[in-house]
Write a protein that binds this ligand. Structure first.
Ligand code: ZN
Length: 191
């Protein structure tokens, strides 16, 4: 049962799931019990941030409520995993907006399926100077970036995009921090 459940997680095949289960059983006190406690807490408290779409144990999330972050700079990403990747790198001092996916004719994802209206609303409230479009360097990611740029045209914000040192089809979550840092540092106005 546990092996099956674990093997359905991304990045874990049946073999690594079996190894994880064996490890948990051998290390009940130091591995199994802390994991159970953490999973229980997550199940009770996990929430989607109503401001940015991040997943955290509070709403608004820890990033949105962090006074040390620069609220004038907003980084728009496709998925929560991308937010976490950028946040892990600690390179972006501002706040985030999670779209919840990317436009895709193939998969039938339309603008109204993403949180683009919410993004426009955040901009219309003012106080934001820069929007960094950090979509993946895939065709769909770039289509989404251009669509978002069109929708926020007319607001007094500088719209920049991650630099394309990024591998085509590369997903932010898989990039090492050096590559991410470079992409952020070299961000430039959307062409
Ligand atoms: Zn948030």
């Amino acid at each position: 049962m546990l092996t099956q459940a674990l093997s359905r997680l991304p990045g874990l095949g049946p073999r690594s799931a079996r190894r994880a289960v064996l490890h948990l059983l051998k290390k009940r006190e130091t591995a199994l019990k802390p994991l159970l406690a953490a999973l229980g807490a997550v199940d009770d408290r996990l929430a989607t941030c109503s401001l940015c779409g991040n997943i955290d144990t509070s709403d608004p999330c820890g990033i949105c409520t962090d006074p040390r972050r620069d609220a004038r700079s907003l980084c728009v990403v496709e998925e929560v995993a991308d937010l976490w990747a950028l946040d892990r790198s600690r390179l972006f001092p501002g706040k985030f907006h999670v779209l919840g996916g990317r436009l895709s004719a193939l998969e039938g994802v339309r603008p109204e399926d993403l949180t683009i209206d919410a993004l426009v609303r955040r901009l219309s409230e003012g106080g934001i100077d820069e929007v960094v479009l950090a979509m993946n360097a895939t065709l769909e990611g770039q289509t989404t970036a251009h669509y978002v740029a069109e929708r926020i045209e007319g607001y007094p914000v500088r719209v920049t995009q991650l630099a394309h040192g990024l591998p085509v089809g590369g997903e932010l979550d898989y990039l090492d921090e050096g590559t991410l840092a470079q992409a952020l540092r070299a961000r430039r106005p959307l062409a």
